[in-house]
Design a protein around this ligand. Structure first.
Ligand SMILES: [Zn+2]
Length: 243
């Protein structure tokens, strides 16, 4: 009987490991997807900064054109001024020139402000480019690491599955069905170690008589609480296999 239980314990170990590997295999792609999303969000923000920079540059060009227009008008007004004969017209032309000058100065101030904003934005965009390159580097290296890790896990999975297949062939058919039945209904754990009289799967005490029978090891017993098959986990050959 002990040999049969030993095989079941080994089978359970294989299934535990397969479950762990399958779970861990999900983590890598999740990490890659999260990084990709972060990268996309940042790229969108950087794109917005770029658009803002282009808009500012356009505004600067328009304002510079406005300044040029004011200068042309001033030139015309000055020419007009030199041809005026009456005092009243002369005063009106002078006022017009004053207004044009004021408007031109205001626009020039605005040009300076926009130029400052352009410089700030250019510096931000340069920083963005550096950050983007850095993040893309991190993304690529993480992706490579994850892919390598996945390949390693696939190889390990193949190994464990091969061991599992060998075990399935030597385990008694009826016992194997019972194992499969319990595994399906008991959260993947069909057989559990009992240590110090406690079932390690459901953490309930095994009645003393059954515990004594378990230690004797003549029959395959079950936990009265969780119905899993149980074995004495303190026996030296099972010490490493406790779950
Ligand atoms: Zn139990």
């Amino acid at each position: 009987m002990k040999e049969k239980i030993d095989l079941l314990v080994q089978l359970q170990e294989c299934d535990n490991e397969i479950g762990l590997i399958l779970n861990r295999k999900k983590e890598g792609p999740l990490k890659i997807r999260e990084l990709q999303e972060r990268l996309n969000t940042l790229k969108e923000k950087f794109q917005e900064d770029n658009s803002r920079l282009q808009a500012l540059k356009k505004e600067r060009l328009n304002l510079e054109q406005d300044v040029q227009d004011f200068e042309n008008k001033l030139e015309k007004s000055n020419i007009k001024l030199s041809n005026i004969k009456s005092n009243k017209e002369y005063q009106a032309a002078l006022n017009e020139i004053e207004e044009l000058k004021k408007a031109k100065f205001q626009t020039e101030d605005r040009v300076l402000q926009v130029m400052e904003s352009v410089e700030e934005m250019e510096s931000i965009c340069r920083g963005n480019k550096d950050k983007e390159r850095e993040l893309e580097g991190t993304f690529e290296s993480t992706k490579a690491e994850v892919e390598e890790e996945l390949a390693k896990m696939d190889r390990k999975l193949e190994e464990v599955e091969a061991t599992r297949a060998r075990l399935s062939q030597v385990i008694d058919g009826e016992l194997l069905s019972r194992y499969a039945f319990l595994k399906e209904r008991k959260n993947g754990h069909a057989i559990s170690a009992v240590i110090d009289g406690v079932c390690q799967a459901c953490h309930m005490n095994i009645p003393p008589q059954r515990y004594n029978d378990l230690i004797r090891g003549n029959a395959l017993l079950t936990c009265p609480n969780c119905s899993r098959m149980i074995y004495w986990g303190e026996e030296s050959s099972f010490k490493k296999a406790t779950m």
